[in-house]
Design a binder for this molecule. Structure first.
Ligand code: CP
Ligand code: NVA
Length: 289
């Protein structure tokens, strides 16, 4: 998809995709829209910031309308249950474009970016430092599926959800992934190949801003913290960044920063997801064909 975009110009020809977003977005909205157009499809964006998706009618009624018109639904929601409900009711594919619990397209783009930088993902260690949020959950699950190594350092009480952690550990048993949880950010980054952080206050948690501002400063990714990582270590962030809060300008603007590669790869990876789920995928030819 990334190396030969011209080969996939008609992968979504004749397909229409609907996007419903309850929260703001720069990257996710534009990378989906550009990606869908790049595959020859068309797209409607529905701004749901003024009211939750199911405020006017039930999710099931919405699903049974929308599935008659489109080939796929992309959702950015507050409640994770809204994504799960839509996936249950609609008979077209539903893609999570960020919920309270997960941000899978982000994590897939991030591990694709790491694959471009380092090759074998089983050998690399990603250190995530900060709030145990939706992005942390998806990085954790993706690392587990890929058999990679992930260390997560959060303040006490801000770690990943026990359910996601248990799911990740179950997957890791089969893939050989290594998952370590801790509260010390310096221990987490020691010798790591990549250092990742995200906002201290995620969308929907704005009322916790003051309380979190007292707790999170030791988790800032700055030059001193980066000095503990491997000499070749890269800096990662899903963006938007809150400069000089969770990351200093000196780190995010440094040569180690790959944040815009991550942002670019959102589009390529989402094109692959859309083509697989909603498009005409080229099936490998069977030996009997
Ligand atoms: N990283 C990310 O999802 O960015 P947006 O909130 O701008 O979509
Ligand atoms: N954790 C952040 C990610 C933004 C892309 C949030 O949910 O606001």
């Amino acid at each position: 998809m990334k190396a030969r975009p011209e080969d996939f110009r008609t992968a979504l020809a004749g397909k229409h995709i609907a996007m419903f977003f309850e929260k703001p977005s720069l990257r996710t909205r534009l990378t989906f829209e550009a990606g869908i157009c790049g595959l020859g499809g068309s797209v409607s964006f529905v701004d749901q910031r003024h009211e939750r998706l199911d405020a006017r009618e039930t999710l099931s009624d919405i699903a049974h309308n929308v599935e008659r018109w489109v080939s796929g639904i992309v959702l950015r929601t507050f409640a994770h249950e809204t994504v799960e409900g839509m996936a249950e009711f609609a008979n077209v594919p539903v893609i999570n474009a960020l919920s309270e619990v997960e941000h899978p397209c982000q994590a897939l783009a991030d591990y694709f970016t790491l694959h471009e930088k380092f090759g074998n993902l089983k050998k690399i260690t990603l250190a995530y430092v900060g709030d145990g949020n939706n992005v942390t959950h998806s990085l954790l699950l993706t690392a587990a599926l890929l058999g990679s190594k992930i260390r997560i350092a959060t303040p006490k009480g801000y770690g990943p959800s026990p359910q996601i952690l248990s799911d990740a550990h179950d997957v890791a048993k089969d893939t050989g992934a290594s998952i370590e949880l801790m509260t010390d950010p310096h221990k987490a980054v020691r010798g790591a190949d990549a250092v990742y952080t995200d906002a201290w206050v995620s969308m929907g948690h704005e009322h916790e801003t003051e309380q979190r501002a007292d707790i999170f400063p030791p988790y800032q990714v700055n030059d001193q913290l980066m000095a503990g990582a491997a000499p070749h270590a890269v800096f990662m962030h899903c963006l938007p960044a809150h400069r000089n809060e969770e990351v200093t300008d000196s780190v995010i603007d440094s040569l180690r920063s790959i944040v815009f590669d991550q942002a670019e790869n959102r589009m390529h990876i989402q094109k692959a997801i859309l083509a697989m789920l909603c498009g005409k995928v080229r099936q490998p030819r069977s030996s009997h064909a």
